[in-house]
Ligand binder design. Structure first.
Ligand code: FE2
Length: 430
């Protein structure tokens, strides 16, 4: 990747803000301040939190400027208040929040104009700006997930994704041997993606596409939710306690499956990757299918390793930034694309749709790579290492390209499924 210059940084900040505006202007003030699910913040919290992080990092730290609203820092500190409690806080109202984020942005752009990007590690390659762009885009994805949980008439629209291709099926063989995982060179890579290190991965088979709704419906029809043999002990306990019987947002209409999507009720499209399943459901499906989930290293090797050069690519298709022909990213469509929709995005070994569509659960817990160093703050990644989390990879249709690459790592609790999470299976060589 070329080193981001000031024009590119300003354009990326703009693009993130346009998306934030789209997601928050689409609903009225009541919708912005209401909590649509106890799993989520009110949208107006996300909005002002995005501005507050930008103030802390770009205005105060990088710019060395006076605080704009130090008095509200504690309200928007994600560590101080759980999501469920955020509606009871004396938050900025929608008009105040919009004014605040605009004021912060003016100052941040002024800081960008004056700063020297080679001054210190925090701003080298525009890192702090890139971190804030990714932070805003990640909250935009969270806000999109809140939209999916909101009841009421549809307020978002997008064209349908490109058609699928039934020939994309089966498994790819990933040969054994070392490959380079993580990165030292990607200018906006976060601390948890670093450093680059060599991992020896034995040969394995991986599904060429994420598990489809058709395949997942077959698991349901086969009684997969009622047979503890397919579930881990914890998974089975959770399946019973939470009453899981199908992916989130699915319901029966006679003999057919329907889902609710951003306010629309539609028949489940059988050729789409399954989405809104938790780790335990993914694990049970894989066992039922006689397979397992890939490890994080297996996923990354399948996504990045080029056997012709021995190099790890930035994306499955190469090093160039994702275009609409490569992957379903950035909320361009409001659904995962059917299996086989992105032949130009396949990896050298023929694995499709690793980037975009659905986040993919891996069997690996959240941890730091060997040689991990906190940068620039422990609360981004390190404080979560070793917790009850599983790594997810690849991004979803709601992930912006700025916050998605072959090395990007996400993590969540194994019971979570309000996120745009799906999976693909792997297995050892017979
Ligand atoms: Fe945040």
């Amino acid at each position: 990747m070329t080193t981001p210059d000031k024009d590119l940084i300003a354009a990326e900040l703009d693009r993130a803000r346009a998306r934030t505006a789209l997601l928050t202007d689409a609903v009225d003030d009541d919708d912005l301040t209401r909590q649509h699910s106890t799993l989520m913040s009110p949208l107006v919290w996300d909005l002002a939190h995005v501005g507050n992080q930008e103030e802390l990092w770009l205005v105060r730290d990088v710019g060395g400027r006076q605080p704009i609203r130090q008095d509200i820092d504690h309200l928007y500190d994600a560590f101080k208040h759980a999501r469920r409690d955020r509606p009871t806080l004396p938050l900025l109202d929608p008009a105040e929040a919009r004014r605040y984020v605009a004021q912060v942005r003016d100052k941040a752009l002024d800081v960008l104009d004056r700063v020297r990007l080679d001054e210190r590690p925090l701003v080298a390659g525009g890192f702090a700006f890139g971190m804030i762009v990714q932070h805003e885009q990640q909250h935009d994805e969270t806000m999109l997930a809140t939209h999916q949980l909101r009841s009421g008439a549809p307020v978002l629209s997008a064209p349908p994704p490109p058609p699928g291709d039934r020939r994309v099926r089966g498994e790819a063989l990933i040969p054994g041997g070392p490959f380079t995982m993580g990165t030292d060179t990607d200018p906006w890579a976060l601390d948890n993606e670093r450093p680059a290190h060599v991992v020896d991965v034995p040969a394995f088979l991986i599904d060429v596409a994420p598990v489809s709704n058709a395949a997942y419906a077959a698991f349901i029809d086969a009684g997969g939710y009622d047979d503890p043999r397919f579930w881990s002990e914890r998974g089975w306990a959770h399946r019973q306690e939470a009453g899981l019987a199908a992916p989130m947002h699915w319901f029966r209409d006679g003999d057919s499956w329907m889902y609710r999507r951003f306010g629309h009720v539609e028949p489940v499209r059988m050729d789409e990757p399954v989405v809104h399943v938790c780790y335990f459901e993914a694990e049970a499906y894989a066992r039922w299918a006689g397979k397992r989930l890939p490890t994080e290293a297996e996923w990354e090797k399948a996504a990045r390793w080029d056997p012709a050069t021995g190099r790890s690519r930035r994306y499955p298709w190469g090093d160039e930034a994702p275009g609409p022909e490569h992957a379903n990213l950035g909320q361009r469509h409001l659904a995962p694309a059917p299996v086989g929709a992105y032949p130009a995005g396949a990896s050298p070994l023929g694995v499709h749709q690793l980037i975009g569509d659905v986040w993919e659960w891996t069997s690996t817990g959240w941890h730091g790579y060997p040689g991990f160093r906190v940068f620039p703050y422990a609360e981004y990644s390190e404080v979560f290492f070793g917790g009850d989390y599983r790594v997810l990879r690849g991004g979803s249709f709601g992930t912006d390209p700025a916050a998605c690459r072959g090395t990007f790592r996400n993590w969540d609790h194994p019971i979570r499924r309000q996120i745009f999470s799906g999976f693909r299976c792997a297995r050892d060589l017979p």
